[in-house]
Design a protein around this ligand. Structure first.
Ligand code: 6GU
Length: 287
């Protein structure tokens, strides 16, 4: 079946207006829950929940570990909206479909995007279960021409040539590292470079070695399209990766990546992540 074109301002506005008419909440922060990290949305208070299939023009989640609901509510007293389930290019969705919710959030008045994902560790200092705040990204997908902003540019959404040298907000990153320290999490929290591959197959050993040589600290299959569109429409971005496994880099001890292992580790770290995001959101509310 042909995919709906969700790239226009009018379609984004229709969805934003539909949601605005059904919730009294005015979220300033949007949170994308990555693979197995859907619990983050469950801790919100005063929840209003919208299954994706009920929202006009919203795509559907097709991956295990992604529930497919938009959850409005309060985290640490701050109004937030959570995506319990995101969209990926490997599902066959175009860049404008994957990033459609970001534009809707922007039209709803959201100012900060916190995006989470499960990723494979490439940095030798990272352990399974560590959290990496994203300082910068490399997109193999984007460098190859698959940018979500490809196509005509509507100035109502953003500028033609958006800057990406400040994609991950340095102040938000500092606040995140401080919040981790306050919770005593510094032993398993890092900052680093996230590399996006299209997936859905995991990297070969040779590919993982290439990514290490390029300066990537973690590899995943998401996040970059949403960040590009968030910057296009002027949101400030904080990204984090939960290191759910190590990318295979050795022929003598190959690590086998599996989605089950990814989900297991995210469940194990979900509580710490919830506390970290709650702390961070409280700090954001003070600033
Ligand atoms: Cl090892 N690679 C990629 N591309 N995505 C992942 C992953 C690895 N682990 C979780 N997500």
């Amino acid at each position: 079946r042909a995919e709906e074109d969700r790239s226009s301002y009018e379609v984004c506005k229709e969805t934003a207006d539909w949601l605005r008419a059904r919730t009294a909440q005015h979220p300033k922060t949007a949170i994308i829950c990555g693979s197995g990290l859907g619990d983050l949305a469950d801790v919100l208070e005063k929840k209003a929940v919208f299954p994706y299939e009920d929202i006009p023009h919203f795509p559907r989640s097709t991956v295990a570990g992604h529930a497919g609901r938009l959850v409005f509510g309060e985290l640490s007293g701050q109004p937030c909206v959570c995506m319990q389930g995101r969209f990926h290019c490997y599902e066959g969705y175009s860049g404008s479909t994957v990033t459609f919710p970001i534009r809707v959030f922007s039209l709803l008045g959201v100012e900060v995007l916190i995006t989470t994902n499960a990723a494979g560790g490439l940095n030798h200092h990272f352990q399974v279960g560590d959290i990496m705040f994203i300082r910068d990204h490399i997109s193999m997908f984007g460098l190859g021409g698959q940018n979500p902003l490809r196509g005509p540019n509507d100035e109502r959404l953003g500028v033609r040539f958006p800057c990406m040298s400040d994609a991950y907000d340095p102040d938000l990153l500092s606040l995140a590292m401080e919040s981790a320290q306050e919770l005593g999490f510094q032993s398993f929290v890092h900052a680093g470079v996230y590399c996006m591959l299209a997936g859905p197959s995991y990297e070969t050993i040779a590919e993982s070695r290439v990514l290490q040589a390029l300066g990537a600290d973690a590899a995943g299959m998401s996040t970059v399209p949403e960040v590009i569109v968030a910057r296009h429409c002027g949101l400030r971005v904080l990204g984090l990766s939960l290191i759910t496994n190590r990318a295979a880099t050795s022929y003598s001890s190959p690590e086998e990546a599996s989605h089950e292992a990814v989900l297991r580790v995210s469940v194990a770290r979900a509580e710490a992540l919830c506390r970290l995001l709650a702390r961070l959101t409280a700090r954001l509310g003070e600033s």
